[in-house]
Design a protein around this ligand. Sequence first.
Ligand SMILES: [Mn+2]
Length: 247
Amino acid sequence: MDRKPLVGLSCSYDYGDIFAQRVDIGLTCPLWNYISESYLRCIERAGGVPLVIPNMLQEDDLYRLMDLCDGFLLTGGNDVDPQFYGEVDHGKCARIVPGRDRQELAMVRYIMSHPGKSVFAICRGLQILNVALGGSLIQDVEEAGFDCHAKNNYALDDVTHSVTVESGSLLSRITGPGRLGVNSFHHQAVRELGRGLAASAHSHDGLVEAVELDDRPFFLAVQWHPEKMAGDDRQQSLFRAFVESMA
Ligand SMILES: [Mn+2]
């Protein structure tokens, strides 16, 4: 196409007491829709136009916006409510945000009925995709004994573990097969894969770190945060391949 691809991004939705104090607009605990700029810059640098989709839209209005988009980036954030994979909260989940869960489940329904549109998902994005497709999550990976995934205060772009990329996968066509260094800020991970999803990367302690779906122009989800690794060309090539798939 001769215009830049339009990429719809999901965003966070939460109480923003900290923001309210910083910008001096009162302490009334307003709800905020917000997104890290790193996602937007990665889409721009790759040649796309980012469109942030606010939460809590009526489904008709959400789908009208999604009709405008050539592809979607499902972004990171809070934990998915375990009720959506048939479990109760073990008490390890970070804040549950029902309004975001509901909207992103609706987004995945749209995505599955529009196979010509490209999809890239990051961290929570991978998890909500997996849950929406009938899969389940490990509620806390450290509690479950995955020793590469103990909580630490790493810098956002630090390589904290490597993953092994399956040869023949979409991911391997972008980054090459074999080992890939990644950052890691998740405390949940895939337990059972959702319908049609194939794992295309694993960590050395055995967690699924990437999933994909065949028969789509681009349908890839990663558990790490490539948008925080702006200086790593293999990571940025994920955004380029995503945007190029819509060109
Ligand atoms: Mn990890």
